[in-house]
Design a protein around this ligand. Structure first.
Ligand SMILES: *[C@@H]1O[C@H](CO)[C@@H](O)[C@H](O)[C@H]1NC(C)=O
Length: 355
């Protein structure tokens, strides 16, 4: 079963990245794993149906095994089916939640309350980018809610990082007095459940220079004429279709705090100015920055997240074109393509029954 999956994934990448293919992908294509779109869809269906049938049988078998095992041997051995994994309680350090907000105080209250309740949260910083500072009542409310919701022995620090200018670069300004290396960057209208967050944090801990997130995006080479290369930015459906990605968005992602410094102080100021003017693409810039340093892809973590806000910026018309343009303009500034694609996705093995 798993070999089918790998073949399909490789084939998908081969079909998609014409011109950029690695030897393995080419081999997969030559083996006749095909190039073309409808066979892929067909295979996906077949795989899904076949998978469902086998999974059902195996699930029944496993279920009876688990029931028997947990009721008989479990208590003797001290194993219980829902015994919490160590992942639910990060043992070393924790993370700083960096919330970017803009004129959505109701949502901000909800998300601060939520992240304060996660055991891995060491601090919450809210990036405020309005000419008027947050009201005293909002400040008092948020401080109180953090103390109230936190279950940790050490209550998370709560702080507003004030900026008078509305500029997307604000969200990546270095923070003084950080106690953690891990930053969880998140939009004010995105809620990631605590156990999912802790799992992603554990993934990040094993690759602390990598971006680890929940919202994958991809790029592909659209045309290559004599000397001109043009890339396209692919949204969720492209990722779903191909199973590959090369960026994770900072609307919900972990990264090392050193990237705040690198973004603000080392990244070419032309990129920052571009973001200031266009009011978009700070997340693409961060992905490029990290990829240029690590020469490696980010990690996409499986997990549900909830959008508590209204329609995001990506639903605005013309957004796709803006993103394409940002990507290409940044790439020409870099003089090369730093992004690296991957098909790997991190899942919590505790919730996967079959290997
Ligand atoms: C990309 O990384 C290289 C070093 O590997 C560095 O010299 C270059 O300045 C970086 N590019 C940008 C645009 O930051």
């Amino acid at each position: 079963m798993s070999s089918t999956l790998i073949a399909i994934r490789e084939g998908a990448a081969a079909a998609d990245c014409d011109g950029l293919c690695s030897p393995t992908k080419e081999k997969a294509a030559n083996r006749g794993v095909y190039c073309g779109r409808s066979p892929l869809l067909y295979r996906r269906f077949r795989f899904l149906l076949g998978g469902l049938r086998t999974n059902l049988l195996l699930s029944l078998f496993a279920l009876s095994f688990v029931v028997m095992f947990s009721s008989r041997i479990g208590p003797i051995m001290g194993w219980y089916p829902d015994y919490p994994s160590s992942v639910s309680y990060p043992s070393r350090g924790g993370y700083t939640v960096l919330i970017n907000t803009w004129k959505q105080n109701t949502l901000l209250k909800q998300s601060v309350a939520h992240y304060a309740s996660c055991s891995g949260t060491d601090a919450i910083h809210v990036v405020w980018s309005e000419s008027d500072p947050p009201s005293a009542s909002l400040k008092a409310f948020l401080k109180k809610i953090v103390l109230l919701k936190s279950q940790a022995a050490r209550k998370p620090n709560f702080k507003f990082d004030l900026n008078e200018e509305d500029n997307l670069n604000n969200r990546f300004k270095p923070i003084k007095d950080l106690r953690t290396d891990a930053i969880f960057s998140v939009d004010d209208d995105v809620i990631v459940p605590c156990h999912t967050l802790d799992f992603a944090f554990a993934v990040w801990q094993s690759a602390p220079h990598t971006m680890v997130g929940f919202v994958p995006r991809m790029h592909w080479l659209a045309q290559e004429r004599s000397s001109m290369t043009y890339y396209k930015y692919g949204g969720w459906w492209s990722v779903w279709w191909t199973g590959s990605y090369s960026m994770v968005l900072t609307k919900a992602a972990f990264f090392h705090r050193m990237y705040l410094d690198l973004y603000t102080n080392k990244m070419p100021s032309s990129i920052q100015d571009y973001i200031t003017t266009k009011r978009n693409c700070e997340d693409i810039a961060m992905s490029l920055l990290v990829a240029n340093i690590t020469n490696a892809p980010p990690i996409w973590v499986k997990g549900k997240m909830h959008d508590i806000g209204s329609s995001g910026i990506s639903s605005l018309r013309g957004h796709g074109n803006t993103r394409n343009k940002c990507l290409n303009d940044f790439i020409s500034l870099y003089g090369m393509m730093p992004l690296v694609s991957t098909n790997a996705k991190a899942v919590d093995a505790k919730h996967e029954w079959f290997w």
